[in-house]
Each structure stands twice: as C-alpha cells, then as structure tokens.
Design a protein around this ligand. Structure first.
Ligand code: ADP
Ligand code: MG
Length: 268
C-alpha cells in the first residue's frame, strides 16, 4: 500500500522527548521567530516577520494571503529551499536552518515532497521517469523497485495508463497528479504545496484537493498555499499571511479550523 500511514512520520518514530501524550503531541514542523529579509536595490525588504508556527503530525494546513504576502517564502523556509535571515526552522528533530547545502538536498529528498503551481515536471522525461527521479536521487529504493513503486504511485493518482507519455501530452490537471505522485516518491512525512490548484479549473482543483485529503487520511502532513478561500476553508487549519506576518489566532498547533475534509477525520 503506497498511501499507508507514513512510517518515517509516524508518532512512534518521533525523536525521544517527554513521555506519554506530550511526546505524541510534538509538532512535525516548528518555526521560531522566522524572519526573511531580501536585499533589494530599493533596500532591505522583509518578506516574513517573526513567524512562530507549529504544525502537528497529520495536519492539513492552508496558508492564505494576497500575492506578495510571503506564502512561497514561508514554504521555501520549511523546505530548506531558502534560509531564514533570523529564527529557526525545525522539521521533526532536524534544524533545517542549520543544514549545509549537501545535507539539505538529501534531507529534502527524503523528508519533504514539494508540489508547485506549474507542476515543474521535466519535459524530456516520461511521466514514470519523472516519478522515479527523486528515488534515483536519494537511493531510497533499489533500482529494480523504483519503476514498480513509481507505477503504484501513478495508480494511486489514476495516471498509470499515461506512464510512458511525455508531460506535454497530458493535461494540466494530469500533470499536477503526476507531480503529486513524484512528491510522494520517497514517502516523505511532509508535503508542501505552493498554489497547487492555481493553474487548474475548479473541477480539477477539487480533484487535487480530494487527493490531498486522502494523503492526510493516510498519515501525511500537508501545508498548502492557496488563493482559493473555499478550498482553504476545508482544510483543518488556515493560516493568514499579511505582509509577511501571521495574523489571526490559528497559528498554534492546538487550534484547528472548523470543517475538516471528510477523508481526513483520522488526522490529529
Ligand atoms: P506570495 O507567494 O505570497 O505571493 P512571496 O513569498 O513570493 O509571496 O513574496 C513575498 C514578497 O517577497 C514579495 O513582495 C516578493 O516580491 C518578495 N520576494 C520574494 N522573493 C524575493 C527575492 N528573491 N528577492 C527580493 N524580493 C523577493
Ligand atoms: Mg507564491
């Protein structure tokens, strides 16, 4: 089973900590005072300002905010694609803000699946080769297993019949499903999605959201930046970014938004 409860991300494999329920409650993602300042010709620009955030294992969190509010920057901090100017980013027991570039790439490949608005499949590789790529990079599965696993992931997103096509030969919604399969290649506990439905029609966006809800039900933790307030309202939690600051009261792990998706009822 590909969409089984994540092994690496399960509470039983969390780092040692306080005993009992408090250990289980340890967040998967933890940001402490994260600030990101870009140096621009016009002077320093603060894209994130003092972000404190905890996301528990199995959470489905939407990040909303206007264009330019810092959503992508926040995702990049958690994925280790970019570093904070100040503050700390922890995923499980890893201080992401401290990792060297080499270690970051390996850590990211195993721990985080990233889904982008424009899919970013490699155009010269077939669908199944795109899904195998993270496995090739991280050597998580034996070469013989990789194609079998990639095909199983493609089946989960109902794309197996397109396995040998090039990305250009399939629709946007299909490309996004392949990108989600690729994000799951190494069975990461955390999936970060940056406007994953931003380039899809509303019916296809609903299908992608439903797929995310299934992943959450299977034990993944998802952080999704979105412009779509209807979709955001159906996540378990909603974070609102305004000019690089989290506003509203939902940034603490203990606070859930109403209306969890039906398929995500098992999430904590
Ligand atoms: P969002 O994803 O919410 O649209 P971003 O996180 O992409 O917002 O950007 C937040 C702000 O930071 C924007 O004003 C953007 O122009 C600025 N920004 C992002 N990346 C850079 C960069 N590399 N250099 C300078 N400014 C940047
Ligand atoms: Mg963005």
């Amino acid at each position: 089973m590909i969409l089984n409860r994540s092994r690496r991300g399960s509470a039983t494999t969390m780092p040692p900590g306080p005993s009992g329920d408090r250990a289980l409650a340890r967040p998967l993602v933890s940001l402490r005072g994260v600030t990101k300042c870009f140096v621009t010709p016009a002077g320093p620009f603060y894209a994130l300002r003092g972000i404190d955030l905890e996301i528990g294992q199995g959470g489905f969190v939407a990040v909303v905010g206007k264009s330019g509010s810092g959503k992508s920057t926040l995702i990049n901090m958690i994925a280790g694609i970019d570093r904070p100017t100040e503050g700390e980013v922890w995923v499980q027991d890893t201080p992401v803000h401290k990792l060297s570039e080499n270690r970051l790439a390996r850590w990211r490949g195993r721990t985080v699946g990233v889904v982008f608005q424009f899919f970013q499949l490699l155009p010269t590789l077939t669908v199944v080769e795109n899904v195998m790529l993270p496995m090739d990079f991280c050597h998580v599965h034996s070469p013989a297993e990789r194609r079998t696993r990639a095909m199983a992931l493609l089946s989960e997103v109902e794309m197996a019949e397109h396995a040998d096509k090039l990305p250009v030969a399939i629709s946007g919604g299909e490309q996004q499903r392949v990108a989600i399969a690729r994000a799951l290649a190494n069975d990461p506990p955390l999936v970060l999605a940056d406007e994953p439905t931003g380039n899809l029609d509303s019916k296809t966006a609903q299908a992608v959201f439903a797929l995310f809800a299934r992943l959450v039900a299977a034990g993944k933790t998802i952080l999704m930046a979105t412009h779509d307030l209807d979709l955001a309202a159906r996540a378990q939690r909603r974070l609102i970014l305004v000019d690089g600051e989290l506003v509203g009261g939902s940034s603490l792990a203990t606070v859930s938004m109403p209306g969890p998706p039906a398929a995500a009822e098992t999430a904590s």
